[in-house]
Design a protein. Sequence first.
Length: 426
Amino acid sequence: MTVFEASTRPGETPPADAVAPRDSSASAPTSVARLNATIRDFVARWNTVWVEGEITSWNVRAGNIFARLKDTRSDAQISIRIWSSVRPRIPNDLGVGDHVVAAVKADYFVKSGDFSFAVSAMKHVGLGDQLERLERLRVQLRQEGLFDPSRKKRLPFLPHVIGLITGERSDAEKDVHRNAELRWPQVRFRTEYAAVQGDRCVPDTLAALARLDADPDVDVIVIARGGGDPQTLLGFSDERLVRAVAAASTPVVSAIGHENDHPLLDDVADLRASTPTDAAKRVVPDVSEQRALIAQLRSRATSRLTQRITHDIAQLEQLRSRPALRSPDPIIDSRSQEVWLMLSRGRDSIARQLDAASRETSELRASLRALSPAATLARGYAIAHLDGGVILRDAADAPAGSALTITVDRGSIAARSEGEIAESDG
């Protein structure tokens, strides 16, 4: 216990350390150190208490755990500390949302004036009611396919207008604006303010989402909050809000908390960003990176085109250096001589074939003339025909009065048969 000694003279105002808090007055105040020491001595007399609650925050620093325990039926909370020497005696799977019973003893830090409870023992009671309800809802939504990656919409490469739902004058708003404008200075925002915790969180966010989703100029919507304990983030696991985000026609980015925060909105949103800063970086491209990419592509295209032109010029020079292209006259003369010889040979061959065919035709013509009836008629013979073109070979076949046609070398004569048959001599 700290001991304060008075060192005053009669009639003088005593030093602040010499005045007990119960004896303090406006003219003789006590010191902060003595007040804190008095509180510490009073608190140190309290016994260990077993308390039931739900873990709402759980941070490990330098082997020690700094956490908060919330009443299961109200908003009352206490700060607890679990020193590294106690950690081996408690379950190693404790975390945010666990329903626990803990043995705590009040502890007051004189230097900082902080009041907390040191934990000497802790055990599970079961999942907190809120966490249990969220897990049941998470399973239901997953079965309905609301977490399915195939139903999630892709973000535009460069949105014309970004819809932002966040708390008014919040750090999350500043982070999104600053980082987005650093990456793309011409980016535009349409911001809808909403309560990001408490009873107004869900209705405000639903109304803001409906207004932004109905705006045809808004290409993507970011819901941003700067993290917090699970109790303050419960609104972003509300079933009404989760289903509204799933039904939105505009892509939605969830930037609710830090890396270890995981409300249901993260699972159903089209993109989950770990922080508002991360959301800004993933919604708009970096103009410097895009310029560097364009410069790189231009350089590659120029290099490829230069290589192709150089290669084609080398091939053209190689072709031009060949004898056939360097001096084509000898080749043309040689080929023209060959063409002339082949043409002469062709002409001779055709002339011989024509002569042979002419002789053969003359012979055939003579044979044909010798066998032709016209040659017989030319020697003075005649051919008699009955009606119908029947050739008369026997006089008996032509009764008296039969019409005859007598064909001679030059023309035909019409006649009639007399029906008499001359007797041949001998």
